[in-house]
Structures are given as C-alpha cells and as structure tokens.
Design a protein around this ligand. Structure first.
Ligand SMILES: O=C(O)COP(=O)(O)O
Ligand SMILES: [Mg+2]
Length: 219
C-alpha cells in the first residue's frame, strides 16, 4: 500500500529537546531542595508525557508513577514555570529534518505530529522553531482522552486526513510510537538517533539512521 501521509513523533525524532527538558527538571528539583540528575538520566524519563517525567524526576527513578500528591503537584508547577521559560534555549532540529519536511511539503504530503508532550509545550515550541505551519494535524499528549501507546491519536489523524491505516507512516524514536502504530494498524519507522534504547528490538517495520531516509518510503 502506498504511503500518503506521515505522522511524526516530536521529542527524540524531530527535535533534540533533552537539554531544555533536563534543565527544567533539575531547576524544579533545585526549587524543592534536591540535587541535580545527570542529563542522561532525565533522557531515560522522557516519552510518557510531562506528568510521568515530573514523577520520575522527583523520585530520581524510572519506576515512579504520577499519583497527584501535593509534592508532585508542587514539582509540576515548578517544572512548568522553568520549561515554559526556556522551551527552545538549546532545543534544535536533528540533522536533515527541516530539509526533509520541506521536501515532503513540496510533494504535497499531509504531515502530522503525534507527541505525548502536552499542548501547552508542544504548540509554543513549534511556533518558536517556526515550523507550526508545516503540519496539517498536531495531536499532543493531552489533546485527546488517551495518548500513545493508545491508537487514539493516530486514529484521530487518519480520520482528519481521510486515510486508511496502511497509508499513514508513523515515524518515532521509542516503544510507545511502535505500540501506537501497531494498535492503529499503521506501518512504523524508528529513528536510531533518538531517546529510545535498543530500537532494533522494538518491533518497528524499519529502523533508519538519518531522518532523510523517510523519503525512501514514498513512491
Ligand atoms: O513528552 C514526552 O514524554 C515525549 O514526547 P514524544 O512523544 O514527542 O517523544
Ligand atoms: Mg519521542
């Protein structure tokens, strides 16, 4: 089946946002009297949305869950202030992303973003990077009732673009991207440069090393 549109994950796929996420996470920890975590540690906490990131950051533990405790709410409030103040201080597109999105746009492929990042960060971040207009549909972690690995965000994109699942290619960097694609019935590609570890083991249809390789999936 021919690919007619693309859905892209944001963090770890289109942009390297880890320096700004880690700075905000550590600033929130500092506000609560906690010592900083290594950037690499925070990187391992990204992928399940902001509430998970804050719960894990506060505990310094990937196994921590969001329970909406007073301390977690306080940490979220501090993270929110710090992250909103610097969404794009160090956040940059990965190599070849802008050129490739431009090429796909010129070829008139509809483009979507399906991210677990909440709207309050996703939308201003895309605006600050000057790329909001490139996307026909943007689904953030809190746009719908469920986020990845639920199929709901991809189903929403399929409906908006009037496509069947085989016509939409999900491009991401982590397990949630592959699980969401499989649940929605869309093919999936993982980039190997993002935040996911062991991407070869995640069950994607393809793994690519450079973003421009997505062009190989069109006719
Ligand atoms: O904010 C997150 O947890 C991850 O965002 P992503 O879905 O764009 O990788
Ligand atoms: Mg990602």
């Amino acid at each position: 089946m021919t690919i007619r549109a693309f859905a892209f994950d944001l963090d770890g796929t289109l942009v390297d946002s880890i320096a700004d996420l880690a700075r905000a996470a550590n600033a929130a920890r500092a506000d609560l009297g906690l010592p900083p975590l290594a950037e690499e540690t925070v990187q391992g906490f990204v992928g399940d949305g902001a509430a998970s990131l804050v719960a894990r950051t506060l505990a310094g533990d990937h196994a921590a869950n969001w329970h909406n405790t007073a301390e977690q709410q306080q940490a979220m409030a501090r993270f929110d202030v710090h992250y909103k103040a610097g969404l794009t201080i160090a956040t940059r597109f990965y190599p070849e992303v802008q050129e490739t999105l431009h090429s796909l746009h010129e070829l008139e492929y509809p483009l979507a973003i399906v991210t677990n990042k909440p709207e309050r960060y996703t939308l201003p971040l895309l605006r600050e990077l000057g790329i909001s207009e490139r996307f026909d549909v943007i689904v953030s972690g809190d746009t719908l009732a469920e986020k990845k690995p639920s199929p709901l965000p991809l189903q929403f994109v399929l409906e908006r673009l009037s496509l069947s699942p085989e016509q939409l290619l999900m491009v991401g960097d982590s397990k949630n991207d592959v699980l969401a694609a499989k649940a929605a019935g869309t093919p999936s590609v993982l980039v190997s440069y993002g935040y996911g570890r062991d991407v070869q083991e995640m069950g994607a249809d393809h793994v690519i090393r450079f973003f421009s390789e997505v062009l190989e999936f069109i006719d």
